[in-house]
Design a protein around this ligand. Structure first.
Ligand code: F6R
Length: 616
């Protein structure tokens, strides 16, 4: 989605805005723009199609300076990537950047056109600029104008606004899209993500939905809802950003994605830290309400999107087998619009790396609004402290993966799985599961980071295989049981960064249709850990071979599967079947990565995608 930065300071804020945009590029990267108040009454604006580097080149030839400004990196929703559609949008003295979607923009546009406003873009955002300009004419004050304008908006927005006549301040507004205020030595800043502002501060106010903020060089006032339908100045406690700054670089790695793949042993160790006892998980370490919530749980609705959804699908196998609790898993974009039936005792679990995914948040709100009584509560598993999902859940288990910059999720996924295994074992403990298996799994979890480190040693072998693989146009991924979602995740990774069409099937489904696709040009990737389904899987692989399909099998060393004509076998470190989904994920991530590199795609920022999907 789009990224916003705004700044008001004692020096030219352009470098801060540009650095912020680069750090937000993961949110969208089809065009970028900046507007500064160059002198009282004079706005300067630059917009360019493409990445922030293109905007930087433009500004190098025609620099802008100013003490207050707004900036934006775009992921197109309304109108194709073009200079006209790039933000900031300007109306009279007002410049606006926006992240989100204004659902009633057509109604507002008709109203504004009738009043004589001329539109120069196809975006939904331009109505916001004209609305604020109209209200500024009427009210004479930017904060009042923004307040009146946002009252007309339906949808989701985070806004940054400047008025050319007031070079001493910027206004922000948040409703449904993330926005933080950075408190700096030399000024105040707004950003879609603290990451954007780490070069100038590590102190942040996290705005809440409905908040407006007026920032000057020396301070800011947040105006929030006070219960009687009016806004009043409110206190939002400053919080320190506790993580290392991930944007310091890729280190020895060519891409953030590869760096993040390699960080997984440490990330998973962090996710486990402080949560394992000698032979049990420490439920109290999940948070104050954990014992009560998990104890009262009779069934689980697990809701997420994309890669996080795949983590949920794996967890269903664990939760039902290890804790004996019924679990249904659904993509948030469906759950949010369904007449969900939640029997009493339902725990709503949401999974999200960012904690800002619009559909996942909406699913949480939908569940609360529809069947508030039936749910014992909402538990989120999330990587971003202070995110909307965390704030709105009754209990949050942080994954501690550290910031993930590559658009394709890697360490966020394996740390989600780790957290889900911890929750599963917590449920098992509270619901009478036998302690011996719990203790064995706790011991194996301690060893998991080492196992993941061993799986990374396959990197060079997979890189060689990827060279051959990169010439294919389609791929099929097969798995059974808890490896089925891992096959789905492997297919998603491959398609999103290499643009090779990839599909995943439960191996048992092959003969019900997809077998028709198999020939020598259709490679099939299969996952073969040691589990009760190995023999069944082997039969499925025979079906593929008999039809001339090319197999790439990631297998347990004891599986008995050996390389043969048309079949490549990669031995994955031996592991217990419950943890195998985590271990087998890594070779699939490496495969997708090396295929993408061989095809020279933009690995960290694949086309058409954005890291944090804060619009529907
Ligand atoms: C794929 C990927 C996406 C996200 C999805 C949900 O690599 O990253 O599919 O998993 O957009 O995002 P979060 O987890 O932030 O809710």
């Amino acid at each position: 989605m789009c990224g916003i930065v705004a700044a008001v300071g004692s020096d030219n804020v352009l470098p801060i805005l540009l650095e912020g945009l680069k750090r937000l590029e993961y949110r969208g990267y089809d065009s970028a723009g900046v507007a500064l108040i160059e002198a009282p009454g004079r706005l300067g604006r630059a917009r360019e199609v493409g990445k922030v580097a293109a905007l930087e080149r433009l500004l190098a030839s025609a620099p802008l300076t100013g003490l207050a400004g707004v900036a934006h990196t775009r992921w197109a929703t309304h109108g194709q990537p073009s200079q006209d559609n790039a933000h900031p949008h300007v109306s009279g003295r007002v410049a606006v950047v926006h992240n989100g979607i204004i659902e009633n923009h057509l109604v507002l546009k008709n109203e504004l056109v009738a009043e004589g406003y001329a539109f120069t873009s196809e975006t939904d955002t331009e109505v916001v600029a004209h609305l604020i300009e109209r209200e500024l004419q009427r009210r004479g004050d930017l904060l009042a104008a923004v307040e009146a304008a946002v009252a007309r908006l339906e949808g989701a927005y985070a806004l940054g606004v400047i008025d050319a006549d007031r070079p001493d301040r910027v206004i922000g507004a948040r409703h449904g899209s993330p926005l933080v205020v950075g408190i700096g030595e030399e000024g105040y800043y707004l950003g879609s993500d603290p990451l954007a502002l780490l070069p100038v501060t590590d102190r942040f106010l996290y705005l809440e939905d409905g908040d407006l903020v007026e920032a000057t060089r020396t301070g800011c006032v947040v105006h929030g809802w006070c219960g009687n339908g009016k806004r009043t100045p409110v206190v939002r406690e400053p919080m320190r950003y506790e993580h290392d700054d991930p944007s310091v670089g890729k280190g020895e790695f060519e891409h953030y994605m590869l760096k993040e793949i390699y960080e997984q042993p440490v990330a998973v160790a962090n996710a486990l830290e402080g949560r394992l006892g000698s032979d049990q998980v420490l439920i109290e370490a999940f948070g104050p309400r954990a014992r009560q919530l998990l104890g009262e749980t009779r069934q689980i609705h697990l809701v997420a999107c994309g890669t996080s959804y795949h983590a949920g699908l794996v967890a269903r196998y664990w939760i039902e087998e290890l804790a004996g609790i019924p679990c249904q898993v659904e993509v948030a974009s469906e759950y949010r619009y369904r007449d969900v039936v939640a029997p009493p005792g339902t725990l709503l679990m949401t999974l999200s790396q960012s904690g800002e995914t619009a559909d996942t948040l909406a699913a949480l709100r939908h569940a609360r609004a529809r069947q508030g009584q039936a749910y014992v509560g909402a538990l989120s598993i999330c990587n971003v402290p202070g995110s909307s999902l965390v704030r709105e859940s009754d209990l949050s288990l942080m994954t501690h993966a550290g910031p993930e910059i590559g658009v394709a999720s890697t360490k966020a996924f394996t740390t989600q799985l780790t957290a889900l295994m911890l929750v599963t074992l917590g449920l098992r403990q509270l619901h009478g599961g036998d302690g011996e298996l719990t203790a064995r799994l706790v011991h194996r979890l301690r060893y998991l980071p080492t196992l993941l480190g061993d799986a990374l040693k396959l990197d060079a072998e997979i890189a060689r295989i990827a060279q051959r693989f990169s010439g294919y146009r389609h791929t099929l991924f097969l798995g059974r049981g808890a490896q089925m979602p891992i096959a789905q995740e492997g297919a998603l990774k491959l398609k999103e960064i290499s643009y090779i069409h990839a599909e995943a099937y439960a191996a048992g489904e092959l003969k019900h249709g997809p077998l028709a696709l198999i020939d020598a040009s259709m490679p099939v990737v299969a996952l073969a850990p040691m589990d009760g389904l190995l023999d069944k899987l082997k039969s499925n692989l025979q079906e593929v071979r008999a039809r001339g399909g090319r197999l790439l099998v990631f297998a347990d060393p004891e599986s008995g599967l050996e390389a043969a004509d048309g079949m490549t076998v990669v031995n994955v470190p031996a592991c217990c079947r419950f943890l195998a989904p985590l271990v087998y994920t890594l070779p699939l991530q490496l495969l997708a990565y090396h295929v993408a590199v061989a095809r020279s795609t933009d690995v960290d920022q694949p086309r058409n995608l954005a890291k944090s999907v804060t619009v529907e």
